[in-house]
Design a protein around this ligand. Sequence first.
Ligand code: 26V
Length: 824
Amino acid sequence: AWLKHQVNGFKDKDGFEENVVRHVETTLARSMFNCDEHAAYSACALAFRDRLILEWNRTQQRQTFADSKRLYYLSLEFLMGRALDNAMLNIGQKDVAKAGLAELGFRIEDIIEQEHDAALGNGGLGRLAACFLDSLASLNLPAWGYGLRYRYGIFKQEIIDGYQVEVPDYWLDFNPWEFPRHDVTVDIQFYGHVNRTQGESGKTTAHWEGGEMVRAVAFDVPIPGYATTTTNNLRLWSSKAASGEFDFQKFNSGDYESSVADQQRAETISAVLYPNDNLDRGKELRLKQQYFWVAASLYDIVRRFKKAKRAWSEFPEQVAIQLNDTHPTLAIVELQRILVDLEGLEWDDAWNIVVNTFGYTNHTVLPEALEKWSVGLFQHLLPRHLQIIYDINLFFLQTVERAFPNDRELLARVSIIEESQPKMVRMAFLAIVGSHKVNGVAELHSDLIKTTIFKDFVSIFGPDKFTNVTNGITPRRWLHQANPRLSDLIATKVGSYDFLKDLTKLNKIELSVNDKQFRKEWAEIKLANKVRLAKHIQESAGVTVNPTSLFDVQVKRIHEYKRQQLNIFGVIHRYLTLKAMSPEERKKQLPRVSIFGGKAAPGYWMAKQIIHLINSVGVVVNNDADIGDLLKVVFLEDYNVSKAEIITPASDISEHISTAGTEASGTSNMKFVLNGGLIIGTCDGANIEITREIGENNIFLFGNLAEDVEDLRHAHTYGSHTIDPDLAKVFATIEQGVFGSTQDFSGMITAVRDHGDFYLVSDDFHSYIETQALVDEAYRDQEEWITKCITSVSRMGFFSSDRCINEYAEGIWNIEPLHVERDA
Ligand code: 26V
């Protein structure tokens, strides 16, 4: 093995064991004789946590002393997954822990599995934030994350009789990775009214008065970098009643119930993560969450800035704030309020500071996901903020009017206030006006936002305000942790584990693409990963699959635009084709396992239908004696980060088949290729850049292009829309009741056949089926297939989140790494 780094870890395995035993016997107050796997996990986590805390304190001191500019990443979602394995690997002491745990009678894999996922996110946006934290720390960049400490993360999904059932995810029972900071609190105001006073100079000041207070309490989570001592901070806010435990007046006067109710109302704010992704429902509680989190975070950031007693004009030289989608857009308004109302700055001076501080990342072009809040709700909940928004809008529209005189339609189009019934605040427009940079997350997406939803703003602000930063993923979790054997094999060819810090070094393995031994081990590792997934499928779904089959995977949130329906219709087509064959012909076919996973938003009826159809097809196909191993259909329950760590390394082909122009980037596409799987996909999001990097011979692209989507949709609505004949046969089969209740699936069919086929399922169906046939053909030539896989992995360096974070750091945040003397 190669000499690995080690960061201020335990002296040796005995040192580690000593600490584990101490935690079992003191912190957990148990004896080693009744130490079960969960207790062993707890003690092991506490032992590693001790190591992190020391470096965490040192990092914070170092950053404060250096007085360098910090980045604050504001995200309502951080989809962190498990922390123990990550901490062991980043410190470089997994081997030590493995040996120590073995001596204590435990297998390290079993111990790691005891940990509950930190599932504080929906999907891509939340996981991106988690990858970014890993890269920021690994690159020694001074940065904090700010989020909400939800009591319930994304719901747990159970599949009962083929239907999704949601179960609450209470995850805080035992969480050794968070530190409550009961001394770090901020009281946050809601409701009330605005008064104005006139000072001696004649200047009027607004005062936001009355209303109610809710207290924000900080919980800190250490974020260790890989092979460095830098340990950054993720601060999550939890809500509680500002008046303390109870209102004692009420309590003593016998009004016990209502004193408890006040407390519960306050705690509701951080109680639950909204499980919608890509659908904005405009609920008051969600806006309360947003303001609560933004106000607490800004108070904290401003408090830290003020300690150094600098001039306000220096604020943007000390502080960069990145808005992860529009969810924290209120931060723009809140900072303007602090500077003008509380600190007495002139409007224009304050606004300069604000704009130079913020950057905004857009993650979707779907109109139903763009946040809007009604003016009435704002007026009620945040009356002073509404006034400030009106002023921001007024000054903005005045500058537009000066640059484009007499264009009333332009003014109406770009106004932050939509003149609808009721009037709405357009959060994306506010985010653009209040930031110095706006970025999309893949090239196509960044081009699309400039030519569609934000087109007018490009004319107003010029093209330089808009930029692209293509997403990335952390190779530490998504290669080294999820696929240790592949990581080790790659290290033998690269000559070290340096590729984990500079992923472009992967290109060295291309020199070994013809090395027989290397190829053999490569294939063995893929098979072993498939065996492991097959075992998981057996245990969780009760389906027996042959690990030598082609594993075809689509795991992601269930959404019409991601087109799991296209996939399952394709599976049905395959089933019908196999059924129509003679037994001799069938024997020549390539066995395939279609694996699905993902959650539907609880109120998203169509997505739930899709899940039900997949499960229903599985029941029929998996029990059809004619078919046997030739086709299996599996829906994996409760897809989450730790499941992804098992699934990703085990795929032969994964599906990224969104309607062109709808998937902003996608990040699992990167993870699958990095783990030696190939892609079938549309020309969408980061698929396009993946193709550019790995070469078009190594990817299976199909379907219409983004530029054709508008015309195709138009043709559906105004022309005659005949659906693909093969797809029509699939529909007929479903309607015959082959997969059970025809009623349940009628919505999916009519959406395509009768309601305009908005996601172009029929238009892309033929191309999809043909391309899947090419996949079969390519997979039969295993030698050529492995060549494609190795070549692709070697060219994936670009998709490290380290590259991505460096682009943000240089182009948007203007922050620099802080030199670490005791580097590993
Ligand atoms: C939007 C909303 C709307 C209001 C209700 C709650 C909620 C929660 C999340 C979202 C964000 C949707 C946008 C999103 O997740 N975009 C994904 O971002 C990934 C990282 O950039 C990207 O890879 C995916 O393509 C994109 O869909």
